[in-house]
Design a protein around this ligand. Sequence first.
Ligand SMILES: [Zn+2]
Length: 325
Amino acid sequence: MNYVVMDLEWNQSTNGQDEAPGLPFEIIEIGAIKLNQKGVMVSEFNRLVKPAVYHEMHQITSRLIHLQMQELQRGDPFPEVMDSFLEWCGEQEYLFCTWGSSDLTELQRNMRHYNMTPLSEGPLAFLDVQKLFSLAFEDGKSRRSLETAVDFLKMEKDIPFHRAFGDAYYTAKLLTHILCEKPEVLDKISFDVFRPPVSREREVKVQFDHYFKYISREFADKAEALADREVMSSKCYLCHRNLKKKLKWFTLNGKHYYCAAYCEKHGYFKNKIRLRRSEAGKVFVVKTTRPITPEEMQALKARSEHAREMHRRRNRNHKKKKDFD
Ligand SMILES: [Zn+2]
């Protein structure tokens, strides 16, 4: 299997007023490096896109990437560049790799704008090299800039940053380094959810070594999502049993929900639900389940009590206000 390490540059509306519906960012450059299974660079891709939506350069874009509109006129229309990019990616199986998690979403958004055949029917698996770098060399949570990561590993900076090809090149070098030094973190696959699972059968369920991830299909709204049995269930992903909850679902902000359950064999588990809005305006759920210590269980319990107290207070104020009215 090959790795297609990709980076995009994009432009946006200069005033925010005349933003094209469904296309906040217009791709103006695609750069990529293909690595073989061993992490050896085998091929490169570098193309400019001729803008068709935003004809003025946003100041962030011009300051950051030093690309001018005149130069972009040498580019080709997006659908042409995209077709040759996919042809370059090849017939052999490959995995997209990017620095951070936004490139594949914007790529698919641009493809949709031109009614191109979707890259995938549902979530798209990829490697987020920014995340892998953190897992390999830091705490797994921090997110460094590309240049900081290159400096951290004392790599040679032989071409400029902030252009698609340059950034793809450095991302590829970092990935190669991770492949050699910390190959175990390569299991930490990410999913781009520009397209959520299309049906219950195609929902994503993946077990990692320290947690389990579930990406649901779309629901009409939050209430429907939170009424779904699979969404609200708490299972032990190690012995696959349905567990009785020790802490009922609670939320502090209405977006993230938590609950905890206990498996007699494997101990406490924390479930976290994130409600996400899909491009179609519907709701889907990303749920993670991970084992926690009894101490973490106590901390979670305190948070749930805090949430309940806040909820009670809100209701009381609401009632007071009503009485007053
Ligand atoms: Zn268990």
